[in-house]
Design a protein around this ligand. Sequence first.
Ligand code: RB5
Length: 142
Amino acid sequence: MIALGSDHGGWALKQEVMKHLDALGLEYKDYGTYSEDSCDYPVYGKAVAHAVANGECEKGIIICNTGIGISIAANKVKGIRAALCGDCFSAEMTRLHNDANILALGARVVGSGLALKIVDTFLDTPFSGDERHIRRINQIED
Ligand code: RB5
């Protein structure tokens, strides 16, 4: 199960992500926001982060205008490694090296075509499991 969340700035791109996940047959849960009315991105970043941290969802995708505010909020939750990605290389590396469990996107930064490729890369790339990366991830939590 993939947790989705956005503020009003990310709402339209989130609709594209949902259509894409539907086409791939992947299950998701939308934690809001549910319209383009102005709202506060920390609410939705943290809702997705808690769903991932408590095991309700395996991964999350969060979106605001820049992806910055919502990723900062999500990363406040223990156990969350939210990575803001604007390219597929970063999405691949953050899975391989950081075992990132949430992808953050900036709706005003990337077009929907690139965003969906980033989503695919993030979801399809496993964690490397290398000892040095496990050690470094553990140091983040210290
Ligand atoms: C909302 O206006 C905007 O601040 C938000 O979408 C995001 O870009 C924050 O980092």
